[in-house]
Design a protein. Sequence first.
Length: 306
Amino acid sequence: MATQVKSIVGSNDEESDDEESNDDEADYQQVEKRLPKSISYLTAVEEIIMQNYTLIGEIPDTFGALKNLTMLRLRGNSLTGPLPSSLNLLSRLTFLDLSHNQLSGDFPALPNLHELMSICITQNRFTGPVPTVFGDPRKLIYFYAADNCFSILPGSIGQLTNLDELFISRNVFSCEIPSEIWNVAALKFFEVSGCKLFGSLAGVGNLRNLRWLDVSNNQLSGEFPTREILHLENLEKLHLVGNQFSGGEYWTCPRGMTRLPCAEGFHKCRHKHGVTPFTGDVSDSEFDFEYYSEDESDESDDNEEG
C-alpha cells in the first residue's frame, strides 16, 4: 500500500539536517545496508537524502515508481552496479547526486527528465560517453562527472547551452576535445584536467562568461589562443600545465586598464599597447589574472628601464 511520506532523510554526518521530524517525514536510520525494493510503495515521496550512510548493493529498479521524486541524494555510500534504466521515469527529478560511490557501466539516457537542473556523479566507475541525453538539455545548470572512466566526450555536450559549471576531470577520454563545447556560452567553470584530450583551444573565446578554465595535463597543442583568452573579461583562473601549446601573441587592452597574466612564463613581453609577439612556452604555466591601471603599468616599465 502506498504511503504519504514526503521525505526520507538519513545521514551519518556529524552535523545532520535531520534533527527534527514531522508527520510527513520518515527517519530511515534503521536502513543501514541496502535500499529496499519496497521503497516503491512510497509513491508520494519527494526527497530522498541518504548521504554517507554505509549503503551497499545496487539501486533497485523499483525507484522508477517514485513519480513525485524531485531530489535523490545518495552521496558517499558504497553503492555498486549499473544505474537502473527506470530512473528515466522520474520526470520531476531536478537534483541527482550519486557521487562518491562505486557505480559502474554506461550511464543511461534520461530523455524523460525534463526538469533536471543538477547532476553529480563524481567518483564512480561509469564508462562509455559522458551523458548528454536529458529531457530538456537547456535546463541543466550543474554537471559534475569527474573521476570516472568515461571514454568519450561527445559533441552533443554543446547542447547543454545553459550549463554554469562543468567538471569532468580525470576521465579516460583519449579523444579530441569537441569544438561544440565552445557553444556552451553560459559556462563559468570548466574543468577537464588529466583526460588525455588532444586538439586545440580555438573557439574558447566564445565562452564570454568563463571564470575558471582548467585544461591541465592533457595533450592539447597548436597555437595558444592568446587573443581569445584575453577577451574573456571575467576569467580569474587559468590552468594549462602539461600540454604542448606553441607560442601565440600577447595582447593588452585599450588604455585605461591592462589585463596582465601574473605567472612565470607568460608575462615575458613589455606591457605596451597593441599586439606583441609571444614565443614563451605556455605549456607549463598556471596563473591568475589581475587588473592593473595603465598608469601603474607605465610606472613599472619606467622603473625597469631605469
